[in-house]
Structures are given as structure tokens and as C-alpha cells.
Design a protein around this ligand. Structure first.
Ligand code: ATP
Ligand code: MG
Length: 409
């Protein structure tokens, strides 16, 4: 047994203790054990137990049923959630996605056997130490991702594991063990059975992973070609450049998607993002940034204020950042300095900061509706050109004369 001790949060330890005192086995398991061994901070602390879901529920005040059909109960302690799952054996996977049925077991090894990779199949108990029947600790020490049991069968059971495999390689900087890699390459077509949402989440985690040099496993395996042949061909053609660009980009999923999709027209990107069921905000923003990416951001005050008024401050900032990475020869530095000045000067860039409102204009006789909107637009345009004109007096006067002109016509 290794000497390493894992420091478990007090509440997770309390859950183990409560289950133990009531006659049940309980261990922390999976990602948190793997990450602790690696000296990484675990995102969440999952617990595996011989207790049945109802037995777990009876022992804690605040629980909710997360995936009770799969044996998972969430225990809430001090506003933190802990997933407690009953030892489980997965039945057949007819659809390459979900087991047809799960059954509970009293045997920890059986539960560990259903897990995807040896590094994720280690259990730990503060008093007992590690339970590691598949030698996950050795694989972690050797920085190796190895399927539990027969890797081909494991990928055939649940095709998402192939994407997890590549993602873990890039997150942890691990190599994929040859038999596991061969099984992955041989089964890539099965990824089509996986929901686009789960594919999207894995791809996103991959783009955010620190070991960029592992990302090509996604296309070298043929997995990406099964997900999207066009994207695969484009990434293969420009692999090294795109990897460099990703490493130059902050850890922001939306910006990294823009880098991955940089050669797409906005229309192509829209179709791609719709296909992966992206939320509307991300979809619109990525398309907007791709549309403006080839154009230089203005280096003169009025056109820059105009651009910001159209696309917004956040998008302008993102656009400048992307241009610094993807079009280093563009005048992004100059534009950025000017943009900073515009913001520091507090220039009015939207109707929100215009010194008159629709209500003010109606008080001086502007009609409601479309015309009011166009009047506000004219005033904003004037202020974008001459920011010093953003005072109530000037704008009201201007509005009066515009209204007069209209009435005279
Ligand atoms: P991360 O949270 O960083 O994505 P993780 O390993 O914790 O990594 P989770 O999805 O949180 O991943 O799953 C927790 C554990 O459940 C895993 O460590 C693994 O033991 C098991 N697991 C998760 N997904 C699968 C799967 N598709 N097939 C088999 N076991 C899985
Ligand atoms: Mg996890």
C-alpha cells in the first residue's frame, strides 16, 4: 500500500464515518482520488458505498435524488453537494450510451470494474488506504490512461469514454496505453450514438486543456472525423498553428471555439454550433466575432465608438483579443489603446448612457413608437461623432429642432 494520505474535506469524511457507523462500507472514489494522487485540487468528492440509496437517504438530513435509478443520492452538508452512489454493476449497453439496467452489489471491486479507466477506478478510505484492484496508482505514476478490462468492450459499452480518454490525455498530459489507443481508433464510429450535448461538453473541456500537444489525438484517432468531417479536415490542415493559437488564448471556452472555427464563415459556424445545440448567446457571439474577425478594428475615435455601439463593449474586447492572436499584423494594439481611452473618458456608446431618455423626449412632444426609436438613434449617432454633445440641454434642443423639421415637412 502506498504511504500517500489523501486529505479529505471534513464533511466528506463525516459522510464516510456516518455510513461506516451504520454498518456500511464507504470510500471516496473516481476523479477526486485520481486528482489527489496527482496533487490536483479535486472538483468534487464522490463517494461509493455498499448502502442502498434509501439507506443513505435515511442517514442524512438534507439529500436529494440526483440519479436514484443509477443509485446516486446527493447529500448536502454546509451547502456543499456530495454524490453518494451505491456499489453498482452496469448491465448490457445495447445503445453504446446507457446500461439497459443497473444492479446494486455489495462488492467494491465489482463497482470499480464498471469504471472507465484504471486511474478513475481507485477507492480510498482514511483508515484503510487505497483499494486499487486494477493498479490505477501505477498507471498514474507512469502517466498512462488504460481502460479497465478489455478497452474495446468498454468503448463499445459507452462510446463517450473515447472522448473522455482523449480529453484526460490533454488535461493531465498522459499517454494513452497502446491497446486502449488501438481500441479507441477501431471504435470511433460509435461516437455517433452519443448525444451532441455530451460531445460538446467534452470538446469544450478539451479546448480548455493545458496539454495542447495531446489534442491532435482527437483527429489522429479519426474521432473528430466521425463528429464533424469538415472540422477534422481543417484542424488536420492547420494543426500546429491552431494549437499555438489555443495556447496563446485565455481559458475561455467561447474564445477558444472562435479559434477552432476561425476558418468558418459565420453561416458555416452557425450551422456547426446549431448542430451541437449551443445556447443562443454563445452561438450569436461566436458568429459575430467570426464576422468581424477579418476586418481591422478602427483606429479612429468615431468609427471605433460606432463599432462599440453596434457590437458592445464585451464583444469589442473579445474581438481585439482574437485579432492579437489570429491577426497579429492587424492594428489591434492601436485600436486597443484607443478603446481604453474611450472607456476611460466615459464616452456615451449606447442609449443607456445617452443623457436623454425616451421618456424625456415624449415630454417635449415626441410621438411614441418607431419614430421615438429613430429620434433616439439620431441623437446617439450625433453623440458618437461628438461625445461632448451628450448633455441634456444640447440633446433636448437638438430633439426639438428635429421634431420641428419633421412637423414642417
Ligand atoms: P472530471 O470530473 O474531471 O471530468 P471525473 O473522473 O471525476 O473527471 P466524472 O464524470 O465526475 O469524471 O465521473 C466520476 C467517476 O465516475 C469517474 O472517475 C469514473 O470512475 C466514473 N465515470 C464517469 N463517467 C464514466 C463513464 N462514461 N464510464 C465509466 N465510468 C465513468
Ligand atoms: Mg468529477
Amino acid at each position: 500500500m502506498r504511504k500517500l494520505k489523501i486529505t479529505i474535506p471534513a464533511d466528506a469524511a463525516l459522510i464516510l464515518d456516518t455510513l461506516n457507523k451504520n454498518g456500511h462500507e464507504a470510500y471516496i472514489v473516481g476523479g477526486c482520488v485520481r486528482d489527489s494522487i496527482l496533487g490536483r485540487i479535486p472538483q468534487d468528492w464522490d463517494i461509493t458505498t455498499s448502502a442502498l440509496p434509501e439507506e443513505t437517504k435515511a442517514l442524512f438530513d438534507r439529500t436529494f435524488d440526483t440519479g436514484i435509478q443509477h443509485g446516486t443520492i446527493t447529500v448536502v452538508l454546509h451547502k456543499e453537494n456530495y454524490e453518494v452512489t451505491t456499489y453498482r454493476v452496469d448491465g448490457k449497453y445495447a445503445d453504446c450510451r446507457h446500461p439497459d439496467a443497473v444492479s446494486f452489489t455489495k462488492n467494491l471491486t465489482e463497482d470499480l470494474l464498471r469504471r472507465d479507466f484504471t486511474m478513475n477506478a481507485i477507492a480510498y478510505h482514511p483508515a484503510e488506504g487505497f483499494r486499487d484492484p486494477f493498479h490505477g496508482q501505477e498507471d498514474i505514476a507512469a502517466k498512462t490512461i488504460r481502460g479497465v478490462g478489455d478497452p474495446a468492450l468498454r468503448f463499445q459499452e459507452d462510446a463517450l469514454r473515447m472522448l473522455r480518454c482523449v480529453r484526460f490525455a490533454a488535461q493531465l498530459g498522459f499517454a494513452i496505453e497502446p491497446e486502449t489507443w488501438a481500441a479507441l481508433c477501431a471504435n470511433t464510429a460509435l461516437i455517433q450514438k452519443i448525444s451532441v450535448e455530451r460531445i460538446r461538453e467534452e470538446l469544450e473541456k478539451l479546448w480548455l486543456s493545458p496539454f495542447q500537444e495531446k489534442m491532435p489525438l482527437l483527429w489522429e484517432s479519426g474521432l473528430l472525423a466521425q463528429i464533424d468531417p469538415t472540422l477534422s479536415a481543417r484542424l488536420i490542415a492547420h494543426s500546429q498553428r491552431i494549437l499555438d493559437e489555443l495556447s496563446a488564448c485565455p481559458k475561455n471556452a467561447l474564445l477558444r471555439w472562435c479559434i477552432v472555427l476561425q476558418d468558418y464563415t459565420p453561416a458555416e459556424a452557425k450551422a456547426f454550433l446549431k448542430g451541437l445545440k449551443f445556447d443562443n448567446h454563445t452561438l450569436r457571439r461566436v458568429c459575430l466575432l467570426l464576422e468581424y474577425l477579418p476586418k481591422d478594428v478602427p483606429t479612429e475615435a468615431y468609427p471605433l465608438r460606432k463599432l462599440v455601439s453596434i457590437i458592445g463593449e464585451e464583444a469589442t474586447e473579445q474581438l481585439l483579443l482574437l485579432q492579437s492572436i489570429l491577426r497579429p499584423a492587424s492594428p489591434h494594439r492601436e485600436s486597443k489603446a484607443l478603446f481604453a481611452k474611450i472607456l476611460a473618458d466615459g464616452n456615451c456608446l449606447t442609449l443607456k448612457t445617452l443623457e436623454v431618455s425616451g421618456k424625456d423626449l415624449m415630454e417635449i412632444g415626441a410621438p411614441r413608437g418607431k419614430e421615438l426609436g429613430s429620434l433616439l438613434g439620431t441623437l446617439l449617432e450625433m453623440v458618437l461623432q461628438e461625445p461632448e454633445k451628450n448633455t441634456k440641454e444640447i440633446l433636448t434642443e437638438q430633439a426639438r429642432s428635429l421634431l420641428k423639421e419633421k412637423n414642417l415637412q
